[in-house]
Design a protein around this ligand. Sequence first.
Ligand SMILES: Cc1cc2nc3c(=O)[nH]c(=O)nc-3n(C[C@H](O)[C@H](O)[C@H](O)COP(=O)(O)OP(=O)(O)OC[C@H]3O[C@@H](n4cnc5c(N)ncnc54)[C@H](O)[C@@H]3O)c2cc1C
Length: 308
Amino acid sequence: MSLGRTILLKMADSEFLNRQATQRSFVKRATRRFMPGEAPEDALRAAQMLKAEGRGTVFTKLGEAITVRADAEAVRDHYLWFFDQLAASGLDGHVSVKPTQLGLDLSYDQCLEHLMVLAARSEAIGKTFWIDMEGFVYVDPTLKLYRALKAKHHNVGLALQAYLYRTQADLEALMPLRPIIRLVKGAYAEPSSVAFPVKADTNRSYFDLSDRMLQAAAAGQCTPILGTHDIPLLDRLVARAKAHGTPDRGYEIHMLYGIRDADQRRLRSEGRTVKTLISYGSAWYKWYMRRLAERPANVWFVVRSLLG
Ligand SMILES: Cc1cc2nc3c(=O)[nH]c(=O)nc-3n(C[C@H](O)[C@H](O)[C@H](O)COP(=O)(O)OP(=O)(O)OC[C@H]3O[C@@H](n4cnc5c(N)ncnc54)[C@H](O)[C@@H]3O)c2cc1C
């Protein structure tokens, strides 16, 4: 892992920097590159623009590591309200949540209860309900949550991280469930005991896991979502999908708002199903630091915002 990435991911865990950054208007301005605004209405408005280009949306309210029961309940209630907005909007829009945002650190059972309520509501309005994957310590409980949810609701998707050595085995174990999987490279600072320390190995793992999913998708056994901005890798995988006979609608490409936007449009115009993940909310500090860590050159955007 590069030094810049390591430092930025360490900074993501600092409560002091969190308080400082969220009070500074120039940092707030710099976040606009990756999120249309803090209000859910900002996110919905941006999604309408993407809809005009044929792109769908996945929404997430920023926040994680909730440690107060009432806060987790408030997040659940927020999403119930948000599902009503989605149902009325006519958008091809879906929701993605983090288990720790719904109280996984407090109680597995309560977190599952909240997720069940949300998955049921999402299913009722015909949307896929997404579970993000967080740091390594949460992988086992998150897989357990996914199995419990998938047993009751077919429309639930899970993120898996290609940088973890264990992901190949996790994917195989999930295959009998006909899973909906968003494969990402992985955004957290993990030790080399659990994750590939060298980027080229993560990229190789990403290709192999995606290839396996695309092959399974051709037989209707899996719905793969390629969650990456790595265009050469995506181009190779689109070719693999064709070679496997995976139908165009049998897999999707998801990217983050504000990143590789021209490529998102190009892929859509070439017939791919493309969805853009839009984040909103005021708890953006940790999430924003992970975006900077993915591409330390992004720090210059913050500096430029500081200069006005
Ligand atoms: C839809 C979606 C959902 C995600 N969900 C999760 C999740 O649940 N758990 C998790 O751990 N991670 C998640 N991530 C983040 C992911 O793990 C990576 O950290 C992130 O996508 C960067 O990796 P990459 O695949 O784009 O490849 P990289 O090799 O990092 O990047 C490829 C190219 O994309 C561009 N790029 C990538 N990131 C940035 C950036 N921040 N700013 C500007 N340009 C950039 C650059 O041009 C770069 O060269 C998600 C990502 C996406 C797209």
